[in-house]
Design a protein around this ligand. Structure first.
Ligand SMILES: NC(=O)c1ccc[n+]([C@@H]2O[C@H](COP(=O)([O-])OP(=O)(O)OC[C@H]3O[C@@H](n4cnc5c(N)ncnc54)[C@H](OP(=O)(O)O)[C@@H]3O)[C@@H](O)[C@H]2O)c1
Length: 256
């Protein structure tokens, strides 16, 4: 892995490179969105994100997870990508413990339906080293589904947005109450689209794969019925590995 911007550097280790200070905004955690995209903006190929990003993406994925107090994912991504428990790699877990963080980030799943399988690995393979997942849902979640998950996860109801789903600000308010400083959002596009629409994303860690896929794949931050709202961002650094680009972008809060 090498750095291209702001100045060329060879042999960059993503783990320390992404372990930078993230100042906590008032009343909510810092939100970093972690995403892989094709050159034409597709967030999935054949319904999965796996074909995007290659070996470098795995390194960056691990490095960004390593800074998270919580990893937030939409239920669609958890189902499609067959999530297991979230674990930091050993070197990162030691560094986390040394700075007073839990050894592993907690997984937070956002869902309206609560249609999650209690036999999925993220529930069954949780052990003493990881906390049970936190499942966040809006009011009105089906009682039977709540009962099914009660023994394997912590369920919390938060306020709904205009579309009836979890309001992004209510999600972050709940994490704030729990003392979360850094939330890493691993998508998917629907969850990320809500956070972007409400201007609640502080950082995007974007993997840009030199692949053009066409078709009807989702973009990384779609939001049905919400007009596009371009905002000011700047690049913090740009890395490269095997022709794939890894761009750390920061929201410029001094400008709209
Ligand atoms: N390229 C990448 O980096 C990347 C990352 C992640 C995912 N993906 C891909 O994206 C695709 C999935 O897209 P997606 O948009 O369906 O992902 P998603 O946002 O994870 O899933 C949508 C589902 O998540 C829940 N959800 C999301 N936002 C919610 C909210 N505000 N309130 C309540 N529930 C909410 C709902 O679950 P319920 O249905 O349970 O109510 C909703 O149906 C897959 O192909 C996956 O591989 C790509």
């Amino acid at each position: 892995m090498r750095q291209l911007l702001p100045h060329p550097t060879d042999d960059v280790d993503p783990l320390p490179t992404y372990a930078v200070d993230r100042p906590r905004p008032a009343g909510r955690p810092w939100v970093a969105s972690l995403f892989a995209s094709s050159a034409d903006g597709a967030a999935a190929v054949g319904g999965r994100s796996g074909p995007l990003g290659g070996a470098g993406d795995l390194q960056v994925f691990r490095a960004v997870r390593a800074v998270a107090d919580v990893v937030v994912a939409g239920a669609g991504t958890v189902r499609t990508e067959r999530y297991g428990p979230v674990r930091a790699v050993e070197a990162a877990a030691d560094a986390r413990a040394a700075r007073g963080q839990a050894r592993h980030p907690r997984l937070v799943v956002v869902t309206r339906s609560l249609a999650l399988d209690p036999d999925q690995r993220l529930f069954t393979e949780a052990d003493g080293t990881t906390e049970a997942p936190l499942v966040v849902h809006p009011p009105g979640a089906p009682l039977a589904a709540r009962r099914r998950l009660q023994g394997v996860a912590e369920l919390v109801e938060v306020g709904a947005g205009p579309d009836g789903g979890v309001a992004p600000a209510a999600l972050l308010g709940e994490l704030d109450r729990r003392g979360v400083d850094v939330a890493v959002c691993e998508g998917g596009p629907t969850l990320n689209g809500g956070l972007v629409a409400d201007d609640l994303v502080d950082e995007v860690c974007l993997t840009l794969d030199p692949m053009v896929v066409g078709g009807d794949a989702p973009r990384i931050a779609p939001m049905d019925g919400v007009p596009a709202a371009p905002r000011a961002w700047h690049g913090a650094f740009l890395l490269e590995h095997d022709g794939v680009l890894f761009w750390r972008l920061l929201r410029d809060r001094s400008r709209p």
